[in-house]
Unconditional design. Structure first.
Length: 173
């Protein structure tokens, strides 16, 4: 189980068209239930602790964000939510991202175009593989980073890998 994400079948608070799409993608990714990750109570607790009121819309937005396994700009998240039949305002998205960041459930990646992209992720130590073409994100929990200088005492490190996923490589070949 990825932090805050369960793959067991549960009742979904998403439109049926989104659940069908998630089931299809989930089966492609080998998730047992087919639907993919669901948000655990620990996530909601962290968001409440960050001062966010948990509304039905926010539950759906967090579920969409967590299950997407990709990075988003706030505008892209709004667009994805609208495609899923949700109608969030910009302020709702920005407040949600701020609360996720404060709860250590989201990571920001500043871009060259002065925008930031965000990934829903656990506060546990891990790294990411990020496809620059499709935006797909894979968590890497096996940390094999070695410090080249044995006399250097590391207090923390951040490693994320950017490139092209296998699917995007095939489409470009």
């Amino acid at each position: 189980m990825r932090f805050g994400i369960e793959t067991q079948s549960q009742e979904y608070d998403l439109p049926s068209s989104v659940v069908k799409r998630l089931r299809s993608r989930g089966r492609e990714r080998g998730w047992e239930s087919g639907v993919g990750p669901l948000v655990s109570e620990e996530v909601w607790s962290r968001l409440r602790d960050a001062g966010l009121r948990i509304t039905p819309l926010r539950r759906r937005l967090v579920s969409l964000f967590a299950s997407s396994r990709r990075w988003f700009t706030p505008e892209e998240l709004i667009h994805a939510a609208e495609e899923a039949g949700l109608r969030p305002g910009r302020a709702t998205i920005y407040r949600l991202i701020d609360a996720l960041m404060e709860a250590d459930l989201c990571k920001s990646f500043p871009q060259e175009d002065r925008l930031s992209r965000y990934i829903f992720c656990s506060p546990n130590h891990h790294h990411h593989l990020i496809c620059l073409d499709c935006g797909r994100v894979v968590d890497v929990t096996d940390c094999a980073v070695k410090v080249p200088d044995a006399t250097f005492r590391v207090s923390e490190h951040v490693v994320d890998f950017f490139g092209r996923c296998a699917g995007c490589q095939r489409t470009q070949a």
